[in-house]
Design a protein around this ligand. Structure first.
Ligand SMILES: [Fe+2]
Ligand SMILES: [Fe+2]
Length: 277
């Protein structure tokens, strides 16, 4: 049996039967493989937890961070929880399923490529990835609305009890900084967040205004500050690797069937984070 690996995937979007079939086929190659699931599993709580429970039955450790889709409140789901309450409900359901979340102690990967602190984060976005030519979030949003580029989060992702999503993001950034500051400074980290930690990956978006919903400039130096050996993210549905300051950034999404049918499924779908190849 091959040596255990730290693997990652995101944006499984199992609402689509084709994606659900792909997830049902996901298996480790070693009994010791860990799997990072970097958000956008599904919109419904039962789909999210059902999928993570299945993966947990196969992988030695499963680590989840929320994407925007998990945080949507839709009347037809029958789960009336909004914003932070919905997030904490998902966290508790993950714990019940034996799945690690951004609210749990960070595990240490001690397999090949380790030791490294594996840090799941939930940071959201704060409209600071501004469209070119704009200087404030308000101005940026105006340009986006004028262009007809508006993320569905504006209607479905409640910031309760925070006044807005930017305020929730600021709270998450402060919380996550404190957690990362408390990590053993002699160990490298693997930073995991649904949204990219830096602006660079958004430069290839087809609709550049969409970057407003893709991250925060508050984390621009975290890959250096927190000794990242790799940064794992999704959300963009553009699977690829980029390098900044010598650090590997890996977008690990599957994406919607219409997207992966057009360009071919990521191969392999489960990206190896550690050991670094
Ligand atoms: Fe997604
Ligand atoms: Fe997303």
């Amino acid at each position: 049996m091959p040596a255990p690996r730290l693997l990652a995937v995101s944006d499984l979007h199992v609402r689509y039967p084709e994606n659900r079939a792909i997830v049902e086929g996901l298996r480790p190659t070693s009994d010791g493989d860990w799997l990072i699931v970097a958000g956008d599993v599904a919109e419904r709580v039962d789909d999210v937890i059902g999928t993570l429970t299945l993966l947990r039955s196969r992988f030695a450790t499963v680590i989840w961070v929320p994407g925007n889709h998990e945080l949507w409140t839709r009347p037809k789901e029958g789960v009336p929880l909004r914003g932070e309450e919905r997030y904490l409900h998902l966290v508790q359901a993950c714990r019940d399923a034996g799945v690690l979340t951004p609210e749990d102690p960070f595990p240490i990967w001690t397999g090949d490529g380790g030791p490294a602190v594996v840090a799941p984060l939930f940071l959201l976005y704060d409209y600071s990835f501004l469209p070119d030519g704009t200087t404030t979030s308000a101005e940026g949003l105006e340009v986006a609305y004028d262009a007809g580029v508006v993320c569905t989060d504006e209607h479905l992702l409640s910031p309760d009890p925070y006044p807005d999503r930017a305020a929730w993001c600021a709270a998450r950034v402060a919380y996550s900084r404190a957690r990362l500051d408390a990590c053993d400074p002699s160990l490298p980290t693997v930073l995991i967040n649904h949204w990219p930690l830096t602006r660079l990956p958004t430069r290839v978006l087809r609709y550049p205004e969409f970057a407003l919903w893709c991250g925060t400039t508050a984390t621009a130096d975290w890959h250096v500050r927190y000794r990242a050996t790799a940064v794992v993210y999704g959300h963009l549905h553009i699977p690829r690797e980029t390098w900044e300051d010598g650090v590997r950034f890996v977008e690990v999404s599957l994406g919607y069937p219409r997207e992966w049918r057009a360009r071919g499924r990521p191969d392999p779908l489960l990206r190896t984070v550690l050991p670094d190849q």
